[in-house]
Design a binder for this molecule. Structure first.
Ligand code: ADP
Length: 326
């Protein structure tokens, strides 16, 4: 296979995450170093079907390891759900003599990659890139650590003002269908409560917890809210606390700040290792797979292993959060 792999392409897709640039750099440099041409596809699958593709060289990816976002941009491409669109994509890759595709994204992007592979035999390797750490089959997705650290830094500042002004704060963190950020951030900021997006809110218990804290001398409470399917739901929760339990609170929705910023060491390191393994796997003849972290090992598994959302990586820590917030 080594002498048959002449060129590969890389794209970033779905929600962007800090560390995607480190993946692009690692893939590009690993491939060029082994005599393989590399093409960057702009704006994910949309750029692929628009033929928005350009060759990358070692300098194209210089000075990006520390930059958040993705130099290849990202997008969502609903047309890619259709087989005819995927056929067009496969044809464009063939016309350009691109032998394999590396996709960095979340479960949606992986579903697209699986379809492209199964229907049109395009060799595809997926690298998990999403701040939510919600992909089945891997303990870690690139961007999670940076997003968590960004949220922690912000919440530590909010804790200062909450403490100084005797306030309860509801702080909403990202994760449309995942509570991983909320759980890790909640544990790391010593939050009094964490409201997961899978749980029905038990308001009486929440009010009791806040009052119990006040009785034992706490003058501030931080409640972490996973945004769920309705970003901004913290305002509704604050209204219920006020109207039904006469507990006033302030709301802070952290929002897109969690997607940006310079990637933390964990994200830079894993992105570099995963990018390298993705290229080596293709050189070794793999035709589909996902690069994952399992029990500390970085390895390749069948792409289908990572096509679902899953909060598995953090579930076991729910009890820790509850036990430490008495
Ligand atoms: P993420 O990759 O972060 O989960 P999305 O779920 O938005 O983000 O998916 C990104 C893109 O992947 C979509 O815009 C679409 O182009 C492609 N995609 C998602 N689901 C599928 C699917 N079932 N079949 C084919 N392509 C898909």
């Amino acid at each position: 296979m080594a002498n048959r792999l002449r060129s590969i392409a890389i794209l970033t897709s779905g929600g962007d995450s800090p560390g995607m640039n480190c993946v692009i750099r690692a893939v590009t440099r690993s491939a060029i170093g082994q005599g393989i041409k590399v093409y960057g596809i702009n704006r994910g699958y949309q750029g692929l079907i628009n033929n928005d593709i350009h060759e990358l060289n070692a300098s194209s990816v210089g000075n990006i390891i520390q930059r958040g976002g993705t130099i290849l941009y990202t997008s969502r491409c609903p047309e890619f759900m259709e087989k005819a669109t995927r056929q067009k994509a496969a044809q464009i890759l063939e016309d350009r003599d691109i032998d394999a595709l590396i996709v960095c994204g979340g479960d949606g992007s992986f579903k697209g990659a699986i379809a492209l592979n199964e229907e049109f035999n395009v060799p595809v390797i997926g690298i998990p890139g999403t701040i939510d750490n919600d992909l089945s089959g891997t303990d870690y997705t690139i961007g999670f650590d940076t997003a968590v650290n960004t949220a922690i830094e912000a919440i530590d500042k909010i804790r200062d003002t909450a403490q100084s002004s005797d306030r309860t704060f509801l702080i909403e963190v990202m994760g449309a269908r995942s509570s991983s950020i909320a759980l890790k951030v909640g544990i790391c900021t010593g939050a009094e409560n964490i409201l997961l997006n899978t749980q029905k809110i038990e308001y009486q218990k929440l009010a009791n917890d806040i009052r119990r804290g006040i009785r034992r001398g706490k003058n501030s409470s931080i409640i972490i809210v996973a945004e769920g399917e309705k970003p901004g739901r913290s305002y509704d929760i604050a209204n219920v606390l006020e109207d039904m339990y006469h507990i006033s609170s302030k709301v802070c929705v952290l929002g897109h700040i969690q997607r940006g910023g310079s990637p933390q060491a964990n994200d830079r390191f894993l992105a570099s290792v995963m990018g390298r393994l993705a290229v080596d796997s293709l050189i070794n003849g793999e035709t589909q797979g996902a690069i994952v972290v399992q029990s500390g090992d970085v390895k390749i598994v069948p792409l289908s292993t990572c096509s679902k959302k899953s909060d598995h990586a953090m579930e076991s820590f729910i009890g820790v959060a509850e036990g430490l917030s008495i």
